[in-house]
Write a protein that binds this ligand. Structure first.
Ligand code: FES
Length: 155
């Protein structure tokens, strides 16, 4: 992204907030929502514009799981690894996803379509094992169901 594009995108986001620490989280959330990750050039620009040291911004950005410093795929698949899902076979789902997408947890497919990550509990343990794709929950899964679900997103 060109520097002028960064400034213009950032202006749009920053004009909604006052400067100072209290605005940092909502600003980062906006950037994350818009780009699906926090591009480095944006963080530098945020630091200059709102007068917060870059290392402080990085510590916030790396503390919260909702933020990513690496680009994510168009579809983010979360595999629940909480106790209920673990007991009901979450690892088998994880293996199936890795094998179908040819990536490990924490990675993104080369075509930029899917990212896979694990989470602690998606809050619907009675449906274990569970995955979510961009927030849509799929429960009571068997490894063989995963391929069919992915097909819908590949269209
Ligand atoms: S443990 Fe998986 S949804 Fe709660």
């Amino acid at each position: 992204m060109k520097n002028s594009e960064v400034i213009s995108e950032l202006d749009e986001i920053l004009e909604q907030y006052p400067s100072g620490y209290e605005a940092l989280l909502p600003i980062l959330e906006d950037i994350q929502d818009r780009f699906n990750y926090l591009p480095e050039e944006f963080l530098k620009a945020v630091s200059e514009r709102v007068q917060i040291p870059l290392n402080r911004i990085y510590s916030v950005a790396t503390f919260y799981n909702a933020f990513s410093l690496k680009p994510k795929g168009k579809y983010v698949i979360q595999i629940c690894k909480g106790t209920a899902c673990h007991l009901m076979g979450a690892n088998l789902l994880s293996e199936e996803l890795s094998s179908l997408l040819n990536i490990a947890e924490g990675e993104t497919t080369k075509d930029g379509l899917f990212s896979v990550e694990s989470v602690r509990c998606l809050g619907c343990c009675s449906l274990a094992p569970v995955i979510s794709i961009n927030g849509k929950v799929y429960g009571n899964l068997k490894p063989e169901s995963v391929k069919k679900i992915l097909k819908k997103y590949k269209k």
